[in-house]
Design a protein around this ligand. Structure first.
Ligand code: 13P
Ligand code: ZN
Length: 273
């Protein structure tokens, strides 16, 4: 059996959470990440018959039965993941009935998966139904996107349109736009269900006045998605109080989307005006 501390999936989790912290997206214990790992990969590092603990999920996750995830722990600080992965991360398998997470490694101090486990697992179910290659769900509190929540309308069409206008490549990176949930109590099955519903349509979902969720096939793709949305929000916050002299026109966004052959939300543009 190989040393799990050398597992590429664990190293990716450490590096990604460290980067998220470095960028200011994850103050204190803010943010959480879940990463689906194929069984063959887990078996190289862990005896999958040795379950340390069963942690009730509190919802039905049988659509993910037998699937393995590495997940950040609740209350854990992203700044500490790299120096102590075994306390701050857990590798788990969803039980056959979907009612428990079978812990195989990690949460060494008796901890458990993130309080946003419902939103993560329900989002995995929703994204996997759309894209069988989806493996990552990421939540964080990016500074500029959060700031923008206080000063910009939160309709999906208007928020997406403004973000697309802020950097030329935005419409190519998130052509499906940005979904928005109103402020809701976090850590609940209800916000999990609402997030998953939005994930049927969007790979980026803003939780109003809280943060953002992103989903993707790889850690890089998901990180890059949130990074691009946050960059656009930063440009907005740097310019919103200044007179707008220039802008990317909707016709140019159409040219971009067509040139890069992405399926984009036409209804979020103001064409023919
Ligand atoms: P956890 O520490 O439980 O992961 O919660 C952090 C967070 O961002 C809640 O939305
Ligand atoms: Zn949060």
């Amino acid at each position: 059996m190989k040393d799990i501390l050398t597992a590429p999936f664990l190293i990716e989790m450490c590096k990604t959470t460290a980067n998220m912290y470095r960028l200011g997206w994850d103050e204190r214990n803010g943010g959480n990440v879940s990463y689906l790992i194929p069984e063959e990969e887990v078996k190289e590092y862990l005896d999958v018959k040795k379950v340390i603990r069963r942690i009730p999920t509190g919802f039905k996750a049988e659509a993910l039965a037998g699937k393995y995830f590495i997940v950040t722990g609740t209350g854990k600080y992203f700044k500490n993941v790299e120096s102590d992965p075994e306390t701050n991360l857990g590798v788990l398998r969803i039980s056959e009935d979907g009612e428990a997470a079978e812990l195989l490694w990690g949460y060494k101090d008796g901890g458990r998966f993130t309080s946003e486990f419902p939103a993560h697992m329900m989002s995995h179910i929703a994204r996997l139904a759309k894209d069988p290659e989806n493996r990552v769900v990421m939540h964080c509190h990016p500074t500029n996107l959060l700031a923008m929540n206080y000063v910009h309308e939160l309709s999906e069409a208007k928020l997406t349109h403004t973000l697309w206008e802020m950097c030329t490549e935005c419409i190519v990176v998130f052509p499906d736009g940005v979904g928005v949930l109103p402020w809701m109590l976090c850590g609940t099955n209800e916000i999990g269900e609402a997030t998953a519903k939005k994930m049927e349509e969007f790979r980026v979902v803003v939780w109003a006045l809280h943060g953002v969720y992103g989903a993707g096939k790889t850690m890089d793709e998901t990180f890059g998605l949130i990074e691009t949305v946050e960059k656009a929000a930063e440009i907005y916050m740097l310019t919103a109080h200044l007179p707008r002299i220039n802008t990317i026109r909707d016709e140019d966004m159409v040219r971009l989307a067509e040139f890069f052959k992405v399926k984009y939300r036409k209804d979020f543009l103001n064409l023919g005006k």
